[in-house]
Design a protein around this ligand. Structure first.
Ligand code: PLP
Length: 259
């Protein structure tokens, strides 16, 4: 059985981050280990603040985990600070040979509009140290703008962003979340070229954690040896099913994706 190491922020509500990632991977029958990068103080309605993990403790966990068990995939979410990005990259490089897929969902902002990284070096270290190791990047539109420094309005802009990210080392990129006429569009690029556009119906509810859930499902399907296009489709289908299920409970505004 495959095992994934989740490296992400801890959301006590379980609606996003590490707990959501574990739930999704478990539903696909995949074993997980997990290392928190930060503790966030939030519930389904408010996001108050977060604190990063201490770098020494973080490194100890990386070392103990990688030395102990065979990991075949890594799911990365919130990385919080440049020093944690560097440590993550160091261990990914060391164990790259055994890792089938490294998926990075570049979590930079909470749905409740809080920034989830700090420090002037963060984006630079992500680009220089982490991107050359990442197989699949799943930014939403806003995150893609932040990491590329480009303003993304048209399909031509998306193509330019994907080319830039490919030149930094990322082969598979899914830019998600362009809303248009009641549908949400995502664009899949392989080696800098657009391969397919996906769209799903926009639902009348918004949940935080859907980005985390999607990228974990995607990694799960990739590890089950689905082709990337099939893995994207299957992850979208399964997430839509969970969102519709959760919507029935969503009467009082924002709600976690709980099922
Ligand atoms: N990771 C953590 C720890 C979070 O707290 C959040 C949002 O609050 C996210 C990721 C991002 O979630 P989303 O999937 O809504 O982008």
């Amino acid at each position: 059985m495959k095992r994934v190491l989740v490296i992400a922020g801890y959301d006590p509500s379980g609606g996003a981050g590490l707990l959501m990632d574990i739930k999704m991977l478990t539903l696909l029958g995949i074993k997980t280990a997990s290392i928190p990068t930060a503790l966030t103080f939030q519930n389904s309605q408010v996001f108050e603040d977060w604190i990063p993990m201490n770098r020494k403790d973080f490194e100890k966990m990386l070392k103990l985990t990688f030395e102990d068990m065979p990991i075949s995939g890594v799911k990365i979410g919130m990385l919080a600070q440049a020093d944690l990005v560097s440590l993550t990259s160091f261990y990914l490089k060391r164990y790259r040979g055994q890792l089938e897929w490294i998926v990075y969902d570049p979590v930079l902002r909470a749905t409740l509009e809080k920034e989830l990284y700090r420090g002037p070096l963060f984006l630079e270290v992500v680009e220089k140290e982490l991107f050359p190791l990442v197989d699949f990047l799943t930014p939403n539109l806003r995150e893609a703008e932040i990491i590329t420094g480009l303003s993304l309005k048209t399909l031509e802009d998306f193509k330019e962003a994907a080319k830039k990210l490919y030149s930094q080392g990322v082969k598979h990129i899914l830019i998600k979340g362009e809303r248009n006429k009641g549908r949400i569009f995502s664009y899949y690029f392989y080696e800098g070229s657009l391969k397919k556009t996906f769209s799903v119906k926009e639902l009348p509810f918004e949940f935080h954690g859907t980005g985390c859930a999607f990228s974990s499902l995607l990694l799960g399907y990739l590890l089950k040896r689905e082709e990337p296009l099939v893995a994207i489709k299957e992850a979208q289908r399964r997430l839509s099913f969970y969102i519709k299920k959760a919507s029935f409970q969503a009467e009082k505004g924002r709600l976690n994706l709980i099922f």
